[in-house]
Design a protein around this ligand. Structure first.
Ligand SMILES: [Fe+2]
Length: 329
């Protein structure tokens, strides 16, 4: 990272962030060379990424020269620390074979957003404070390799969620629930229920407004699966708050209840400290967060978030023409 940052002016370096695919390609060469020096290679790192629910990279960048914590998803303040956080996130995603992507329907397609306490009342302010139960991100979108039956132009949900730590004064935990640990607590009949296309999945809250303006309505899957068999692995999409079953009783409802309780028992707590990058596999794990205390702004908790996806299989209608990273909708 320091090789890349080198003697570039701050503005020059910021300019690179506007084409994350190009920047990722540039940075991954340096990462590959560094791995080689350690007797490793990129393919080892990639297989690690697809056999674990998360990879925690402590002290991956220097969180320098920072302004007060912002109080909204965007914009990300331009500062040396956030530049390094973003470039390191793009490098980390590129190292595991992913492009950094965003969705036009969430935060206007911003590639990086602030995860911070938000002032006032309402859905976002309330959610910014509360603990978050296990979920996968962009939950109503199909997993990679599948299509949404009703809307084939929807891009897949991200393969990875990338969090970088800017501030975390109280050591708030990010929780990760590895799917293999969750499934080990379930009976085979319950797993079979979760694979049936019988669930209702609403858009994640942050996408709803954008969906309504782009698609004319919120995207809802009526008859979706929570578990998928892909490439010899079981993948998940799920959200405690946005997904569920119509009938309150019966085998599907029982399977969901058992799944939720297994998630709770499988949570691993990770502190994303300043300078850390956490790559969460959005297929092989669920993630959440413990309660965030304190007041917005100032020195309060501040993470940046980006998504990563294996983009090879995407078609033109799943992208926006004017952006190298923004996906539809
Ligand atoms: Fe999330």
């Amino acid at each position: 990272m320091s090789d890349w940052r080198g003697k570039k002016s701050f503005d020059d370096a910021c300019q690179w962030l506007s084409d994350p695919v190009k920047l990722g390609g540039e940075l991954v060469r340096g990462v590959g060379a560094e791995l080689e020096r350690l007797g490793l290679d990129l393919s080892t790192v990639r297989s690690l990424a697809w056999s674990n629910a998360y990879i925690h990279l402590p002290d991956a960048f220097a969180s320098l020269g920072l302004p007060d914590t912002p109080t909204a998803f965007c914009p990300v303040p331009q500062a040396e620390g956030t530049l390094l956080a973003r470039a390191t996130s793009i490098a980390s995603l590129a190292a595991i074979g992913l492009d950094a992507v965003s969705y036009g329907s969430e935060n206007n397609g911003e590639l990086f957003v602030n995860l911070v306490l938000m002032p006032g009342e309402g859905l976002y302010a309330d959610k910014s404070r509360r603990g978050m139960k296990g979920h996968t991100d962009a939950v109503s979108f199909p997993v990679r390799g599948r299509v949404d039956e009703a809307r084939q132009e929807l891009a897949p949900s991200p393969d990875f969620v990338c969090l970088s730590g800017v501030r975390n004064p109280d050591g708030v935990h990010t929780t990760v629930m590895p799917l293999k640990d969750v499934l080990a607590k379930l009976e085979s009949g319950q797993i079979a229920e979760l694979k049936k296309p019988q669930f209702i999945i609403r858009s994640q809250g942050t996408f709803r407004e954008g969906m309504r303006s782009i698609l004319g309505e919120e995207h809802v899957v009526d008859g979706g699966e929570f578990l998928f068999e892909v490439e010899g692995q079981t993948w998940v999409r799920y959200s405690h708050s946005s997904a569920g079953v119509e009938e309150e009783d019966g085998p599907a409802a029982n399977a969901v209840a058992a799944f939720e309780s297994a998630c709770k028992q499988s949570a691993i707590e990770v502190i994303v400290a300043p300078g850390d990058v956490l790559l969460v596999n959005n297929r092989l794990g669920l993630h959440g967060r413990t309660l965030v205390a304190g007041e917005p702004g100032g020195q309060s908790r501040w993470l940046l978030r980006a998504y990563g996806l294996v983009t090879e299989g995407l078609v033109a209608s799943q992208r926006y023409k004017d952006s190298p990273y923004k996906l539809f909708p």
